[in-house]
Design a protein around this ligand. Structure first.
Ligand SMILES: [Zn+2]
Length: 363
């Protein structure tokens, strides 16, 4: 028996090489696919949830992102229209104000209180204290500087004061006209500093004075002459005058001239027995009175103390007239130093004519 020839074994065709993914590769691919699908869905979702479909699709979806994550910008630049993005405290309508900031340092201005960090209300940046907010004043401070007219050098620092104030000019002196003109040019209020005789008759009140024994007509003429010399003024106050301000007839003439010319009268109160208030009442004419002399003692501490006294009076009465003298060497510098503090504590600085005008407008 012969063995059937062994069938030639056809060589097995090399199996078509079918690539079978190993389970590791499969996993990797699935993960990649899942990531791609997930990312696509995420992009689509983000785009349609952040951007209304009406908006151009080219708008980058990240456009709003800085608003949510940006650190708080400066209050003045914070847009008011985005309060919803900030779950901050409930909006308040009282913006932080510098006027009530307490300060204990006598000469340093109080720093404005920074606004609450997350307040959605735009706040006014700290502004120079020239104009305290209307209606919030703790009182009006009225500074009057007497005895201008002797020279211009002493007047000059007062003309540079950064707030409204009044220069009281003596008549008949070498620089009377120039001082009045310079003060007006500097935007200061100008009044006639009318010399009047004092009880101590050895004191010379100077040119253009009202002296004992003058007739009412002579008093009137003298005042008119002084007014003509200085040019337009807003009022009259007395230089010295402890004798004349106690004289009912003389003061009657002074107040009549003031009232007829539409000017105010400021009683410097060089004599506690002044009859000016009585004479004014008889005429139904309102006059002003000096509350404080700033420079009876001319050192810094005393002047600062006098201003504080004036502030207390202004707080109590609404206004305080403080009189100093242009020959006080340091007065202008001290007031310049104190001014930011006065404003930051909520006081307004004004003049009698301005206050009177405001009052008239309010009535
Ligand atoms: Zn004087």
């Amino acid at each position: 028996m012969s063995k059937p020839p062994a069938r030639k074994r056809r060589p097995r065709a090399a199996p078509k090489r079918r690539h079978r993914l190993s389970s590791g590769e499969l996993k990797t691919n699935l993960v990649v696919l899942a990531v791609i699908i997930g990312a696509s869905l995420a992009v689509l979702f983000t785009r349609f949830s952040l951007n209304p479909p009406t908006e151009p699709v080219t708008r980058p979806v990240t456009v709003d992102a800085p608003v949510a994550v940006a650190p708080d910008p400066a209050p003045a630049t914070r847009p008011a229209a985005r309060p919803a993005a900030r779950p901050g405290p409930a909006p308040t309508h009282t913006t932080p104000s510098v006027v009530s900031t307490p300060s204990v340092a006598p000469t340093r201005p109080a720093k404005p209180t920074p606004p609450p960090a997350r307040s959605p209300i735009p706040t006014v940046p700290s502004s120079p204290p020239e104009r305290p907010r209307p209606g919030k004043s703790r009182g009006t401070l009225i500074f009057v500087f007497d005895d201008a007219g002797h020279n211009l050098a002493q007047l000059e620092p007062f003309l540079r004061l950064p707030f409204p104030c009044t220069i009281a000019v003596l008549p008949g002196l070498q620089y009377s006209k120039d001082a009045a003109r310079a003060a007006r040019a500097a935007g200061k209020e100008v009044i006639l500093h009318q010399p009047m005789q004092a009880i101590n008759k050895t004191m010379d009140p100077g040119p253009g004075a009202i002296r004992e024994g003058m007739t009412p007509a002579a008093i009137r003429d003298q005042i008119q002459k002084n007014l003509a010399e200085l040019g337009p003024v807003s009022g009259i106050n007395n230089h010295e005058g402890s004798l004349i301000t106690a004289d009912r007839v003389a003061m009657g003439v002074v107040l009549d001239v003031a009232r007829e010319s539409g000017m105010y009268f400021l009683d410097s109160r060089t004599n506690a027995k002044t009859v000016a208030p009585l004479v004014a009442r008889e005429r139904g004419f309102t006059i002003w009175e000096r509350a404080v002399f700033l420079d009876n003692i001319q050192d810094r501490d005393s002047i600062v103390e006098a201003v504080y006294t004036g502030m207390k009076i202004a707080e109590r009465k609404g206004a305080a007239v403080m009189i100093g003298h242009i020959w006080s060497n340091e007065l202008a510098a001290i007031l310049t130093d104190m001014y930011p503090e006065l404003a930051s504590k909520g006081f307004s600085l004004s003049t009698i004519a301005r206050v009177a005008t405001d009052k008239d407008l309010a009535e």
